[in-house]
Structure formats: C-alpha cells, structure tokens
Design a protein around this ligand. Structure first.
Ligand code: SAM
Ligand code: DTB
Ligand code: SF4
Length: 384
C-alpha cells in the first residue's frame, strides 16, 4: 500500500517544536506526490524488504524532497538536535594481512604507516577516561587484524571490562570473529561490534580480495546471535556508482534486525593505497546516501563517520539535516585525522546541536559506582 509522505507524521513533527503549532503546508506538486507515493515507508515503520529499485527511487528524488522526507523520518524517531558521540582508539595499528584497498593499515600497501603491537590494557583505559572527560559516551577500540588471535583475547576482554567500568558504552572492531570470540566479548560486556559491509556485494571484489562479502555477513550474524548490538555501514567515494551505494544500504536494511549503528564513511584517500587517486564523491551524493540510510533504517543511529575534515560546515549541516545523528569525536580516527573537539564545539554551537547523553539507567549508575570503586582500588594497589 502506498502511503503519502508525511501521512503519519503530524504528532511527531510537533513533538520537537515546543509550543508552536505545526505550520499549515500547501499540498505538494502533483509530480512530487507521484514520486513520493511510489515508495512505501511511513516514518516509524521498520522494514526488511527493501528493493534496489525502491532505494534507488529515494536516492534519485529531487534533493529537497529527499531531505524533507529524511527529516520527517528523523523527527519521528529521534530528537533532531542531539548527536551521539563516540571516540576511536587504534589498539593495534598497521601490518594487517588483509588487502582492503582504502586502508592505511594493510601490509599490502605502501602507506608508510608504522605498525605497532597491541596496546597495554591500562593505557587503553586511561585514554578512554580522557575521552569520557571530553564528552564521548562510547569508546570504540579498533585493531588492524583479519581476526583476533586466541592469545590476544585476554587483553581485549580486559579492555572491554576496564572501559565499561568507567561507565562508557564499549565498541570493538577486530575483524572477523569466531563463535568463541563472540561469547567472550559478550560476556565481557561489549555493547557494540563494528564490522562494515563497506560497499555493495558487486563492487566489493574491486576493493578487497582477501575476504568475501559472505565472510562479513557471517561475522555480523554471529555478533547478532550472541546478543550484542551491531554497528555496520560502509564507505562511499571509492569510485562506486549510486547503485552500489543504495545496494549496500539495502543489504544493511534487509538484515533480520537493522544495525543499531550505521557508520557512513567518506573515503579518506590515503597515499600509497590503491584508492589514493580515486575521484572524490560529490558532497551532494554523500548527503543523499545519509538521507536514504535514515529513511531505510529509521530507528538506527546513522553516523557521519570518516572524512569530516574534508567536509565544509555546510555539508556536515546537510548531513545532520538528512538524519545523521552520531559522529566520531577527537583529533584522530584510527590513523587518519578528524576535526577534533574544538572545531566540533564551534560547529555544534553554530547549528544548535547538543551531545546526546547516556540515559542514567541503573546499569550505568552501577557502572559509574563500579568505576569509582575500581579507580580507588587501582590507587590502593599503586600506593601499596
Ligand atoms: N580491521 C578491522 C576490520 O576491517 O573490520 C577493523 C578496523 S577497519 C579500519 C574499520 C573500518 O574503517 C573499515 O571497514 C572501513 O569501513 C573504515 N575505513 C578504513 N579506512 C578508511 C578510509 N581510508 N576512509 C574511510 N573509511 C575507512
Ligand atoms: C567505521 O565505520 N569508521 C571508523 C570505525 N568504523 C572503526 C574507522 C574510520 C577509519 C578511517 C581511517 C583511519 O583512521 O585510518
Ligand atoms: Fe586490515 Fe581492517 Fe584495514 Fe582491512 S580495514 S586492511 S582488515 S585494518
């Protein structure tokens, strides 16, 4: 059944407009109605049966219609002025066996990046503490691995436990996971696992040859089955076409459950990698990708992820209007640059955006109490 855009939105729109009544709007032009009617998605409906044609029809809508519609979906599900903030840390950098064509950390490419060993657990916890003080609510730890080795798992588990004890949400991205790995991470209290499909299945083999699209989906299924939250998205601007972008979103939206977090990265072109000289994506097409992700996965956090240092304030503002509601904060991502808290504070003030805080659930209060107890414990150990 076709539902006109906005048909179910009145109450939701006024929710964020305080006391002001929803303004009267003129009916849209006939051509607009026809285009919008051809795609079914009331603002709160979570669908898992998207077709490529439907997704592409959204992507191809006149820009302001696409953004209007994405903003309607966004307002029906989120406070549009709140943005979730995550901080990344590379816990094991470089020397990776995989050949991902975009990545500075692949041993296959001459990016000049110095490889390092797995970081000490206490250093990771100290970095997380600083990130929390700077406003991040989720700490994401990334390792340049095809998959974690059994010998590394004790340290990784200790990192999750230590960061969680600070009262932060935890996320890891360690490559492919086995059944044992997911159980250990879940039992340690890992909240999210990030594993991106990266692009469409059709374009994938042009970017990565050392593991398959199916391998990625297997890991996502393992993470989901173990009961952890899924963070999965991809990269745009790798020379793919619009069909690849929407196909990637169809893959994510048609998973049994939508990823709770959907990072949309703009390629950071790294010298020495095969994608170093690929043509840049038009920012308007990047914003379209964000808007379509928002519409297709209405209740997921859509993260405006890598590539913000290359974006104007205006592009980022359009991304937030299109429904992006999460960012990475801090001056580095894993190995590449990010705007940093000072620049983001200026941007957020200009746009009237605010950081989304974690709900003060009993769990988090308990965790914060546990963190205080732990840090007191560590001081005691240090003093004895
Ligand atoms: N090794 C793990 C893996 O690949 O699953 C985790 C780390 S990996 C760096 C995490 C994700 O970062 C990749 O899947 C990719 O989507 C993104 N990424 C890596 N390099 C990037 C770049 N140069 N530009 C944009 N996104 C990038
Ligand atoms: C994701 O989708 N983007 C983040 C996170 N997940 C791990 C990583 C971006 C990496 C950008 C390139 C770099 O810092 O090396
Ligand atoms: Fe390795 Fe991950 Fe980089 Fe691929 S994206 S080369 S798996 S660190």
């Amino acid at each position: 059944m076709a539902v006109a855009a906005g048909a179910d939105d009145g109450a939701n729109i006024s929710r964020w407009e305080g006391a002001s009544p929803r303004p009267e709007t003129s009916p849209p032009m006939a051509s607009t109605v026809t285009k919008l009617d051809s795609v079914r998605n009331p603002s709160r409906e979570v669908r898992h049966d998207w077709t490529l044609a439907e997704a592409r029809a959204l992507y191809d809508l006149p820009f302001t219609e696409l953004l209007f519609r994405a903003q309607q979906v966004h307002r029906a599900n989120f406070d549009p002025n709140k943005v979730q903030m995550s901080r990344l840390l590379s816990i094991k950098t470089g020397g990776c066996a995989e050949d991902c064509g975009y990545c500075s950390q692949s041993a296959h490419h001459a990016s000049g990046l110095k490889a390092s060993k797995l970081m000490e657990v206490q250093r990771v916890i100290e970095e997380a503490r600083k990130a929390k003080a700077a406003g991040a609510t989720r700490y994401c730890m990334g390792a340049a691995w095809r998959s974690p080795k059994a010998r590394d798992m004790d340290a990784v588990v200790a990192m999750v436990e230590g960061v969680k004890a600070l009262g932060m949400e935890t996320c890891m991205t360690l490559g492919m996971l086995s059944d044992d790995d997911v159980v250990r991470l879940r039992d340690a209290g890992l909240d999210y696992y990030n594993h991106n499909v990266d692009t469409s299945e059709a374009y994938y083999s042009k970017v990565i040859t050392t593991r398959t699209y199916a391998d990625r989906l297997d890991t996502l299924a393992r993470v989901r089955d173990a009961g952890m939250k899924v963070c999965s998205g991809g990269i745009v601007g790798m020379g793919e076409g619009a069909d690849d972008r929407v196909d990637m979103l169809v893959t994510l939206a048609n998973l049994d459950e939508h990823p709770e977090s959907v990072p949309i990265n703009m390629l950071i072109a790294i010298p020495g990698t095969p994608l170093a000289n690929v043509e840049k994506i038009d920012p308007i097409d990047f914003v379209r990708t964000i808007a379509v992700a928002r519409i297709m996965m209405p209740k997921s956090f859509v993260r405006l992820s890598a590539g913000r240092t290359e974006m104007s304030d205006e592009t980022q503002a359009l991304c937030f209007f299109a429904g992006a509601n999460s960012i990475f904060v801090g001056v580095t991502l894993l190995t590449a640059e990010n705007p940093g808290e000072d620049k983001d504070a200026v941007l957020f003030a200009k746009l009237g955006l605010e950081a989304l805080e974690l709900p003060a659930s009993e769990d988090h209060l308990q965790e914060a109490g546990h963190a205080r107890a732990c840090s007191a414990g560590h001081r005691d150990v240090g003093q004895s």
